[in-house]
Every structure is written in C-alpha cells, then in structure tokens.
Design a protein around this ligand. Sequence first.
Ligand code: ZN
Length: 273
Amino acid sequence: MTSDKIRVLVFGAHPDDPDFKVGGTAALYSRMGHVVKMVSVTNGDAGHHEMGGAPLAWRRRAEAAASGERLGCEYITLDNHDGELLPTLEARREIIEIIRDFQPDLVTTPRPWDYHPDHRYTSQLVQDAMYMVTVPNVVSRAPYLSRNPVAVYVADHFQKPYPFRPDVVVGIDEVIEQKVDALHCHTSQMYEWLPYNRGQLDQVPQNPDERRLWLRQLLDARFRGPAGLYRDKLIELYGQERGSQIKYAEAFEVCEYGAPLTEENLHRLFPFF
Ligand SMILES: [Zn+2]
C-alpha cells in the first residue's frame, strides 16, 4: 500500500452489529483520517414485532447510514434476508467482491461460535472469502488483491468450543458517547425490537433525549466488560498507567485465515497505543 491511510472493513450480520462491536474503534480511525466502511450482511428485514419485509429493510438501511454518519464512515446493508442468511457460493462471491472493491488493510468479522445463525454464517462467509480475494480466477469481475488483508474477530462471550482470546484491545473512552450516539440511530432496534424481545418495551422512554440517556445507562455495564476482562492486554499495549485507567474497550482476536498480525503491522493497523 502506498497510502498512509488505513482502510478498515467491518462486517456484521445485522444493522447494529458492526457499530455495536467496532463503533468506538471506527470512530477513533475516522478521527485520525483513516477510512472505515461498515457492512451489514443482512438487510434486517425480520427482527421486529410490528413490521417486516421491505419497509423494515429500508428503515434499517437508513438507520445504519445515519449511524455511519455519527462515526464518520460509510455503513451499508446488503440485501440478504434477515434470519435466513446461508453461506452459499453466491453470497461468498458478493463478500469477495466487496472486500476487493474496498481494498482493506484490516477486516473484522464475528467468530463462527455465536448464538445467531446469521452471525455464524457472516463469519463463515468472511472466513471463506479470505485468501480467495487473492485468487485471480475467482470472481473475475472484481480485480483480485495482491495480498490478503489482516483479519480479526470481534469479541463475544461464547465459551464453546473455545472462548474469545484477545490479541488487540482498543481503549475507546474518548469516543464512548459517539458510539452511543451511533447506536441511538437504530431506533427500530434499540427502542423497539430489542426491548420487546427482552420483555422491557414498557421501560423505553418516549422522549428522544431520555431514550438516549436510558440507552447509555443500559449499555454501560456491557461496554465496560472488555476493559475489565482484558485488563492485562490493555496494560501490555498502553502501559501500566494508561492501561489500568481505561474504562471502555473493544477487543479483537486474530483470524488465522487473513494475513498474520505481526509486531510491525500491529502498530500500523492499530495506531492507538
Ligand atoms: Zn445481530
């Protein structure tokens, strides 16, 4: 790569997954002038109790785009049906094409161990696309990449077959409000479907400012989780003083199917330490 700009491609299954897992880190990259693109592999047209189909897909697409604006990045949703994603050859070709067109230095994906089939198959599709992005005769309509990007998994709490092991943990204290502002854009998720699914719809305030505060408080413990769990890694990367003070973090584990993360490219790809 000749450019100093780092290009980061963030995959998630649903409109809210990319920003939920990588929103803070994305905001940090954007502030530094690097280029982030978020991709929801499904259009989110199923996860709701009152609406569905194309009207919901359009609404989710607009919410994702608004979230991307808060984070300083492009945020697109593909047109695969929510709840029905499969790791087909056709879907793999689409992912290969997106990676090739964007030419990322770094790709993020969920792990294949996750409760939601769309999350698992998003992971499968991205893993299957790694390496193949360098093979000229695969998806010949998009120019092949001369080298495989580095790929990392985003953090999760699933224990089987093995728990998430952080290789990189990024402190996001200075952008935590920006991350919440981004998630606040997903009205149909944060204030409708997810509370309904948890049986807490009656707790959601109607007023937008009160809602945002309610969401901020709801997510606080969750966003504090990684810094507490991966404190040793934060101290290793940021040093004792800074590493022990970070409250909010996002964590990443190397996917072996991308290019290796080395001591050298660690500091280029994650210029935060
Ligand atoms: Zn999801």
